[in-house]
Design a protein around this ligand. Structure first.
Ligand SMILES: [Fe+2]
Length: 225
């Protein structure tokens, strides 16, 4: 698995997002939450193998899909449900759900996280590295996080209380509508035997990963049937 961070600007805040490239067969790669693919990035990725799959894994993680499709025109595109409403002109092949397609079954498991009215995503588990791969279900901004501006620090420290305190993106925290559905999805994720977390925003979590997730998701997990 290869990772690349790239800068984004959203609601006055500067911070990084993270793209992952995952090997799914001896020759084929999956591009997860792509950044804009400029010629240099295309060359670097192409040196690793053939991009066969482009994945837009979350309801806020689809902005550079067209750029990835232009760069890797033979790849199939999989999207998190709901993106088709935000981008009606997007050309895509498949929706992501709870069951991995044959293309990466055995390499990655996945869960469509339900129950939120503002934001949603498909979480992945990379079996061989025991890694949980999220976009916005955990954010982990700390003093070590590069490329964050003063406004993001202000909001994350003073308002959201999420500085050095991994939590779901604010949109998640304000939008748990069907906590039973959310609990069911998050509980499925917790069945995976992960010991590290790659997320889109903030520092990777490589110690006490499951404990930190349990703490971060305490609210939706507290819902009962
Ligand atoms: Fe995000």
């Amino acid at each position: 698995m290869w990772l690349q961070e790239y800068p984004i600007h959203y609601a006055g805040c500067d911070f990084n997002a993270r793209m992952s490239v995952i090997r799914v067969t001896d020759t084929e790669l999956l591009l997860h939450s792509p950044c804009e693919i400029d010629p240099e990035t295309k060359e670097a990725i192409s040196a690793l193998g053939k991009i066969a799959y482009i994945v837009a894994p979350g309801s806020y993680h689809y902005f550079h899909i067209a750029s990835a499709q232009a760069a890797f025109s033979d790849a199939e595109t999989y999207i998190c449900p709901g993106i088709e409403r935000k981008l009606p002109d997007l050309d895509f092949d498949w929706f992501l759900g709870d069951r991995p397609p044959k293309a990466w079954a055995g390499i990655l498991d996945q869960v469509l996280v339900r129950g939120n009215k503002h934001i949603w995503e498909v979480a992945f588990y990379h079996r061989s590295s025991r890694t949980l791969l999220l976009v916005d279900l955990i954010e982990n901004f700390t003093d070590q996080t590069p490329n964050v501006n003063w406004l993001l620090k202000l909001w994350w420290k003073a308002v959201f209380r999420m500085w050095d305190n991994p939590k779901p993106a604010p949109e998640y925290q304000m939008g748990w509508q069907d906590k039973t559905a959310a609990n069911r999805s998050l509980s499925k994720i917790l069945e995976w035997d992960f010991d590290k977390i790659i997320m889109s925003h903030g520092d990777l979590i490589e110690v006490n990963a499951k404990e930190r997730v349990l703490e971060a998701w305490a609210k939706p997990l507290s819902a009962t049937e």
